[in-house]
Ligand binder design. Structure first.
Ligand code: 6PG
Length: 221
């Protein structure tokens, strides 16, 4: 881990901590929406060390791969191993999978669970892939139009470029959050972001769906 990425993770953790604290001063419970993938691990560790009333914090994911929670591809596993540790182990984690074989069969059950959370989310931290996807809003997914337009909470997604089916919060649900942050590292992602900032076709680079909200960009080389 480069020093710059570690610093970035710590600064992001401080910002998220402040946002959650602010909302906790006037709400019983707050909701934090995090992303999976490889980038967030040092951020999760830095946030887990913060002194918050974690028993009043709900944590969920922007999206999830429809795999067993024990799988190394599970974003839930990542969150449990790196964020729900130490002080943060008192937080409540709401997974986006259930026991059904497919996300299409499980999406209603997961939505019922997610609907009870303290929306709007206090903070959404997004990642971004080299193809401009964020959450599971992929440029090549047949469900992209639906996920960008629906007012439903969650959408089951099948994407040719991805090995597993997925489930994602809709763009609308993520939009409604109080604070949006994009956490990315490396020159390749800087170039993708630059491209995204230079155009409007959301279907080409779905991260553009979030360039209409105030989006704080946390980037390090
Ligand atoms: C996932 C994510 C996804 C992620 C990007 C970036 O489940 O894969 O939620 O949207 O944020 O793919 O992933 P990396 O951090 O691994 O580059």
């Amino acid at each position: 881990m480069s020093q710059a990425r570690q610093q970035l993770a710590e600064q992001l953790a401080e910002t998220v901590f402040q946002g959650l604290q602010e909302d906790l001063s006037h709400q019983d419970r707050v909701l934090l929406v995090v992303s999976g993938g490889s980038t967030p691990v040092p951020f999760f560790k830095a946030l887990a060390a913060k002194s918050l009333p974690w028993d009043r914090v709900d944590v969920t994911l922007a999206d999830e791969r429809w795999v067993d929670e024990q799988s190394s591809d599970s974003n839930a596993k990542l969150v449990r191993e790196h964020l729900l540790q130490g002080k943060a182990s008192a937080a409540t984690f709401i997974p986006l999978t259930c026991t059904t074989a497919t996300p299409e069969e499980g999406v209603d059950e997961v939505a019922k669970r997610a609907e009870t959370l303290a929306w709007p989310a206090s903070v959404v931290i997004l990642g971004m892939g080299g193809d401009g996807h964020t959450a599971s809003l992929f440029p090549d997914s047949p469900e992209l139009t639906l996920a960008l337009a629906t007012e439903e909470l969650l959408v089951a997604v099948r994407t040719p470029s991805q090995p597993q089916p997925r489930i994602t919060f809709s763009a609308d649900r993520l939009h409604q959050a109080r604070r949006h942050i994009l956490h990315i590292t490396g020159d390749d992602k800087r170039a993708v972001l630059a491209k995204a900032l230079n155009g409007d076709d959301v279907r080409q680079l779905p991260i553009r769906a979030f360039l209409t909200c105030p989006l704080a960009i946390y980037w390090a080389p």
